[in-house]
Design a protein around this ligand. Sequence first.
Ligand SMILES: Cc1cc2nc3c(=O)[nH]c(=O)nc-3n(C[C@H](O)[C@H](O)[C@H](O)COP(=O)(O)O)c2cc1C
Length: 152
Amino acid sequence: MPTILSISGSPSPTSRTARLLRSLDSRLTVQGHQVIPLDIRTLPAEALLHADFGHPEIVRATELVARADGVVIGTPVYKAAYSGLLKALLDLLPQFALEGKTVLPLATGGSTAHVLAIDYGLRPVLASMGPAHITPGWFVLDQHIEVGKDGA
Ligand SMILES: Cc1cc2nc3c(=O)[nH]c(=O)nc-3n(C[C@H](O)[C@H](O)[C@H](O)COP(=O)(O)O)c2cc1C
């Protein structure tokens, strides 16, 4: 069974990006994939900010990426680009962490003005990590995503 790692790069506890990802996860599961969600915001902040490559939770996240056949990478658009939280994790992964994998980049944003943030910002970063294929990005306006107070 193909394994998909579904990564959210939003720091928000009531994240629309995470809500969108979990909806996608359900669809992928129904289609026969094993989906593993990873919210970067649950990783230890100090390890992320101090580049603690050896922290057990960073090592585990790195292993989850290594084991995945496909990776969905979701980010909110912040200041016309992907989130700093996402970059903090990507910077801790090996240079070719996405080698041989298919990657779906996904973004949520408040305005279509920054709909290209995936292509001018995120895609080059992902491409540098050696994926076999990066699918066309998927951008969703925040007003089209409903999130409850518990984030679900
Ligand atoms: C600090 C901050 C900066 C933002 N900057 C942008 C932006 O430059 N362009 C845009 O379209 N939306 C921007 N937004 C709106 C978010 O991208 C949008 O609400 C997104 O769905 C939030 O996702 P989240 O709930 O997962 O954090 C910004 C929101 C925040 C909090």
